[in-house]
Design a protein around this ligand. Structure first.
Ligand code: ATP
Ligand code: MG
Length: 656
């Protein structure tokens, strides 16, 4: 009914409401982080369904990660629009491919290749080209890039040259390995991640009957994180759409962080050219983060260059003032991890739930030292998001084992065992090779262990909440959860890479290892690559709702040479740093041995450098709103004054 549909619009601002109620024709939302893009499209679908204008089964919502898709499905259910498909491009394509394979190709549906790197290594060996570990990873990356840009092996060298990519090996060699890799897969009846999209696109292109069948099913398309759509994904979207234009896309060009896989914000930025009749909506109110966090995010954007940066939108925080971002410099990496773990413990003690805290890093290898430090500090953590929990192989195997055990007389209540921490469940899992102690280090083995540990926790929570429940009851519960795609809620601190943090948010975010060389990462050489690194930092900063901690270590190991500098992206933003482009010796910015330089005064709201005396006093430019906490300006000004008097900073210093 109209009333019940209108209720969905209550939690939206006027611009978001426009998005939600424009159900016809192409719609494009260009807006910065935390402005409610994802919320607007979720409510749009719910509004359309509840007002009877969209049939749930005719809508396909595409998000970037499985976790985001799961969250969207959950919200849609809550909003009364269950039954709408919310998937990643990949999972939507895989379903279609499996469904249409017998009709389009015939025979067995090929199996999905899981260890791609091994196949690439084998292909290299066949070509008699030796690759070390790094080269193997990079060549695999090149093959992925070639595939998503629809470049066949023979065309790879020219395409790679044109794109200005820095190839890890001779281009002809890579092309040869790529060709052999494709052959190997075909011979063994396997497909890789990229093939899923390539084959689906191929089938939809060639078989008009199948394309029509899909178009009859899906009438309306919604795409989140559209700035990171690859040419191949765009092609698939075009095939789904056909001649129709019921398409709603949302994105933020400043968050383009997957260019290395062929993604480009061009589709987002050119949307209006392609669809002149499109409704274009801009959102600028940031509902996620405090003015302090937004100020830093705006400062980062102000220094950005390139096409994406030309389309940036200043964010205006809607939240109450919070604590200033904390910048912390440490002597070495273990000290940094220890310091971060300590601050996390303090936050938890102060009432911030562990599940509302994240530690984000540039590359996965950085996680290990944080795992160690958090474990030492007794802080629970989870290594990756709870995405696709029930689809993980180890979890499926474990559930199968539990079901087997339930059949052969598992009718004893679970609860008795739970007193000794769930020995019945643990015994069954042990039989699948799971040990109660986590394996050392990180990586796949550790991830698998964590998955099963989460399953044990889930089983034990269930047993506690349902006295008298049996193993058979547990397996039913697990099946139900699997069907509902509900992952167990692991109340731990999230450890994730910046790339994986996209679209998510936490009360407290720790951005760690922020040295020049890590972000921008050493292999980012071209201006474009460096800009993408800056956007990655922007994505990281904008994940925080309230607490934001930025840290780095000046040397890697204890006693090492203090040769590292904080990320250049923080110049002019971090207290005590010179503005970018300033020629003052960068050693002076280091803060360890050098003197602290006084940075320029920036507008607290938009980050613009201030020169007018009146503006300087307020630390806010005339163009920006004045509903800011004056006390905060005062404190910051005092702090800056005190800081300029200081002779230097200790190796471990925290700016607050
Ligand atoms: P990102 O670019 O990082 O993906 P986004 O634009 O998709 O961000 P959302 O995740 O949709 O932003 O929203 C950010 C936060 O703000 C969420 O917690 C959301 O619930 C909240 N929010 C969005 N719009 C409103 C609103 N009108 N009123 C209150 N809260 C809102
Ligand atoms: Mg979003």
């Amino acid at each position: 009914s109209a009333d019940s549909a209108d209720a969905v619009l209550l939690g939206l601002d006027p611009e978001q409401r426009e998005v939600a109620t424009t159900l016809r024709g192409p719609v494009c939302v260009l807006a910065g982080a935390g402005t409610g893009k994802t919320r607007a499209i979720t409510h749009r679908i719910a509004y359309g369904v509840r007002s009877g204008q969209l049939m749930p089964a005719s809508v396909l919502a595409v998000t970037f990660t499985n976790r985001a898709a799961g969250e969207m499905r959950g919200r849609l259910r809550t909003l009364g629009a269950g039954g709408v498909q919310a998937r990643t491009f990949h999972s939507a394509a895989l379903r279609q491919l499996q469904y249409f394979w017998p009709k389009a190709v015939g025979g067995e549906v090929p199996r999905l290749l899981e260890r791609k790197i091994q196949f690439v290594a084998e292909a290299g060996a066949r070509c008699r080209i030796r690759l070390d570990r790094n080269e193997l990873r990079d060549v695999t990356g090149e093959i992925e890039w070639a595939k998503v840009t629809q470049t066949v092996p023979a065309d790879y060298p020219v395409a790679a040259l044109k794109s200005g990519r820095e190839a890890p090996r001779d281009l002809a060699e890579i092309a040869q390995i790529y060709g052999t890799y494709e052959q190997l897969k075909r011979d063994r009846g396997m497909i890789d991640f990229e093939d899923v999209l390539l084959l689906t696109v191929g089938i939809l292109q060639d078989r008009h009957d199948i394309a029509e069948q899909i178009r009859t099913q899906y009438q309306h398309f919604v795409v989140d994180e559209y700035q990171d759509v690859s040419p191949l994904q765009q092609r698939l979207l075009d095939l789904w759409l056909g001649e129709r234009d019921s398409l709603c896309v949302v994105g933020d060009a400043s968050q383009t962080i997957y260019s290395f896989t062929g993604a480009t914000p061009d589709h987002l930025l050119n949307f209006r050219t392609r669809y002149p009749q499109a409704t274009v909506v801009k959102l600028v109110r940031d509902y996620r983060s405090t003015p302090q966090v937004v100020h830093l995010a705006n400062g980062l954007l102000n220094q950005a260059k390139g096409r994406a940066a030309e389309h940036r939108l200043e964010l205006i925080s809607q939240r109450e003032t919070g604590p200033d971002p904390v910048y912390a410099e440490y002597a070495d990496e273990p000290a940094e991890a220890e310091g971060v773990a300590r601050r996390i413990r303090d936050l938890i003690a102060a009432g911030v739930p562990a599940g509302e805290i994240a530690v984000l890093y540039r590359i996965n290898a950085q996680s290990e030292v944080y795992e160690q430090a958090l474990a030492d500090a007794g802080v629970p953590y989870q290594l990756r998001g709870a995405e696709r929990f029930f689809e993980r192989q180890e979890v499926q195997k474990a559930i199968l084992a539990l079901r087997g055990a339930a059949r052969s007389g598992g009718n004893d209540p679970l609860l008795d065992d739970v007193v000794e921490l769930g020995s019945q469940v643990r015994a069954v899992l042990s039989s699948t090779g799971w040990g109660t102690e986590p394996p050392a280090g990180s990586g796949a083995v550790r991830d698998q262990w964590e998955s099963l540990a989460a399953l044990v926790r889930l089983a034990e929570d269930f047993a506690r909440s349902r006295p008298g429940a049996t193993l058979a009851d547990l397996t039913i519960e697990l099946e139900e959860r699997k069907a509902a795609q509900h992952a167990p809620t692991v109340q731990g601190v999230t450890l994730a890479s910046l790339h994986a943090a996209k679209g998510l948010e936490w009360d407290a975010v720790f951005l760690v290892g922020l040295t020049d060389g890590m972000i921008p990462i050493t292999y980012a050489k071209t201006d474009e690559q460096v800009e993408e690194e800056r956007r990655l930092l922007y994505v990281g900063v904008t994940r925080a709702r309230i607490h934001l901690n930025l840290s780095w270590a000046v040397s890697r190991a204890p006693g090492g040479r203090a040769s590292r500098r904080p990320s250049r992206f923080l110049n002019g933003l971090r207290p005590g740093s010179a503005a970018p482009g300033a020629t003052a010796g960068s050693a002076a910015e280091r803060g360890v041995r050098g003197r602290v330089r006084r940075g320029p005064v920036l507008c607290r709201v938009c980050g613009k450098t201030l020169t007018e005396a009146g503006e300087l006093k307020l630390m806010r430019c005339e163009d920006c709103p004045s509903d800011m906490d004056e006390g905060l300006y005062e404190r910051l000004r005092d702090w800056r004054a005190a800081q300029s008097k200081e002779q230097g900073l200790p190796a471990y210093c925290v700016f607050t």
